[in-house]
Design a protein around this ligand. Structure first.
Ligand code: F6R
Length: 616
């Protein structure tokens, strides 16, 4: 949530910062703002609404030329999305401009203390206190900006990334990080800080991870990192493996369309290089020994939203392959219910961004109880993998659309790889059995490619159903989490009532929702898998149809038994049972995207949402 960028170098800061904000707008789009340092003063513009509003303002009232600047795109927490609450916030003496991502939990007390010293806040944000405190400290430590930032951070509770510039400090940006994300981009004669590498990848691919509770002081040719007490520390260097084009629309109207279409490639990349020369599966980072993995007697998956659904899919495969019980927990609930985890528990945190606060906190809680932690993540160097004992990256490339698509498919792939890895280490499966599953996985990109061919029909169907008040989704076995995912996509993009059910649960209550014409999307398992599941869902489809539902049936090629019960049939390639979520989810993504488009919504930036949820 909230995108932050800072620049110091030789280029026009305005261009670099606005370009960075454009690439990070998916992180929040309630307001945007920018500050540059010009001689002994700051020049600031900020505006409620999307970045386009700020750009119009800049068109009418340009900023002065400068080579040092910061910018912010906001997802509102404290204070509504107004011009006044937009960042940057400025200290009472006008000397400091500061931007923030996160929540300062003790802000009310700090605000009251500032008031006692005669400083009244002008906004409703928690952020503004940090701007005033930084200015106060700066006055007390002879203009040493990094030291002033360290003193400020030591006063703050909560999660925060802060970036600040100061009038008459024309060559220095200072930033700090606790819990919320921040990375440094290292250029030639220029440096960057940002919430996400996407902000600067068109200028440099060399980056530094900033650790927890660290402050960075950055000039055009120097980056100094310290902890909050001034001890110098090293950042962890890494190279960004994708280029700026990966974060562009590449000829598509929408990022979501592009990311749906990229799925065959993303799945292939998630699988690439996973077999070592000795035929053993390879993870990216493994700080757990085989004997530790053999000791595991329980797996707990913690995740949110779409990543949670990927965890639910993975449970079917991991339990089947390893016979280890797998609990899949909503990360936001996990640590508040006294869960049973210990040194023999493997906690798997699934997160596209690697920064989701609920997931991070659940992971930390599990580790505090002695559990081992494994991260499945798309964002290299983000907090969740950094705090885990083992890491498997999904390599889906940047996901810009707020609704998750390629991340979901690659999270399933990665979780399957973890299951196979455990089965290998613990001897639950023979090598040739693992190789057979790997072959099925390796066939998946082609199957996903084929299912994309159905998109046009699905888009037409969505346009036909655009006036529906509600859509239900039903599935069984791995089709159940797919139903949940289909409903989530529709809610977040089309702003309509949508619910996913385990098809067998319908008769226990939800069937009362069925009324004539209600669209029910039915995800049918393969008759070649567990025939009983297939037969039972056919009964469930008939039950809803008998009550007037309009049935949209997703079934594999060649399954003719469904035809007579389908008002509309979407065909997917025939794949093994555990691979089905990889193909059945795709039409649901296309459906939600098309439905939102038909309703005239902003698909890539749905209302009230942000891509990376860094508050609890
Ligand atoms: C839905 C969606 C969200 C995320 C959730 C977790 O389309 O994108 O539900 O899946 O916020 O985000 P990550 O995976 O970054 O932890």
């Amino acid at each position: 949530m909230c995108g932050i960028v800072g620049y110091v170098g030789e280029k026009q800061a305005l261009e670099v910062v606005v370009d960075g904000l454009r690439r990070m707008e998916y992180r929040g789009y309630d307001s945007a703002g920018i500050a540059v340092v010009v001689g002994d003063h700051l020049d600031i513009r900020k505006k409620a609404g999307k970045l386009a509003n700020l750009e119009s303002l800049l068109g009418a009232d340009p900023l002065e030329a400068a080579t040092l600047g910061i910018g912010h795109t906001r997802w509102a927490t404290h204070g509504g999305p107004t011009d006044i609450n937009a960042h940057p916030h400025v200290s009472a003496d006008g000397s400091v401009a500061l931007i923030h991502n996160g929540i300062i939990e003790n802000f009310a007390r700090l605000r009251d203390e500032l008031a006692q010293r005669g400083i009244e806040l002008t906004s409703q944000t928690d952020t503004e206190v940090a701007a005033h405190l930084l200015a106060e400290h700066l006055g007390q430590c002879e203009g040493d900006l990094a030291e002033a930032m360290r003193r400020t951070c030591r006063q703050l509770d909560g999660a925060f990334t802060l970036v600040a510039v100061v009038a008459d400090h024309q060559d220095v940006v200072v930033a700090a990080r606790r819990n919320s994300p921040l990375v440094i981009g290292l250029g030639e004669g220029e440096n960057f800080v940002a919430s996400d590498v996407a902000a600067f990848v068109s200028y440099t691919r060399q980056a530094l991870e900033l650790g927890q509770d660290q402050v960075v002081e950055m000039t055009r040719d120097r980056v100094v990192i310290t902890d909050f007490f001034g001890e110098v520390v090293e950042g962890k260097p890494f190279t960004i493996t994708w280029d700026a084009a990966a974060a562009e629309k590449g000829g598509y109207d929408l990022f979501m369309q592009k990311e749906i279409a990229e799925q065959p490639r993303a799945v292939a990349d998630a699988l690439r290089g996973r077999f070592g020369v000795d035929g053993q599966l390879v993870l990216d980072e493994m700080r757990l020994t085989d004997s530790q993995l053999r000791e595991i007697d329980k797996i707990v998956v913690v995740a949110c939203g779409t990543a949670f659904h990927a965890g639910l899919v993975a449970k079917y495969a991991i339990e089947h392959w390893t016979r280890i019980p797998v609990d899949v927990e909503l990360a936001s609930e996990f640590r508040y219910r006294d869960p049973i985890v210990d040194a023999r528990t493997l906690t798997i945190a699934i997160s596209q961004s690697g920064e989701t606060m609920d997931t991070l906190m659940a992971l930390r809680y599990a580790r505090e109880q002695g559990a081992q932690a494994l991260a499945i993540c798309n964002t290299v160097g983000s907090t969740i993998p950094r705090e885990s004992d083992a890491v498997l990256y999904t390599y889906a490339g940047p996901e810009i659309a707020v609704a998750s698509t390629k991340a979901f498919l690659t999270q399933i792939i990665a979780a399957y790889l973890v299951g196979l890895y455990l089965a290998q280490v613990r001897g639950n499966m023979y090598g040739d059995e693992i190789a057979a599953v790997m072959k099925e996985l390796n066939d998946a990109p082609q199957a996903v490619d084929l299912v994309l061919d159905t998109s046009e029909g699905v888009e037409q169907l969505a346009a036909e159903l655009a006036e529906a008040r509600s859509v239900l989704f039903i599935g069984r076995h791995v089709g159940y989490p797919v139903a949940l995912e289909g409903a989530l996509k529709l809610k977040e993009l089309a702003y309509m009532h949508a619910e996913g059910f385990a098809a067998g649960e319908l008769k226990h209550g939800p069937i009362a929702l069925i009324e004539p014409g209600l669209p029910v999307i039915c995800i049918v398992p393969s008759p070649r898998g567990r025939a009983v599941l297939h037969d039972k869902i056919l009964s469930n489809i008939q039950e809803v149809r008998a009550r007037g539902a309009r049935t949209i049936v997703i079934a594999e090629e060649g399954d003719e038994s469904v035809t007579e019960f389908a008002d509309h049939l979407i065909r997917v390639p025939a794949v093994p049972t555990l691979m089905q979520p990889l193909v059945t989810t795709v039409p649901l993504q296309v459906f939600a995207c098309a439905m939102a488009t038909a309703k005239g919504h902003d698909v890539d930036q749905p209302r009230n949402l942000a891509k990376s949820v860094t508050v609890e």
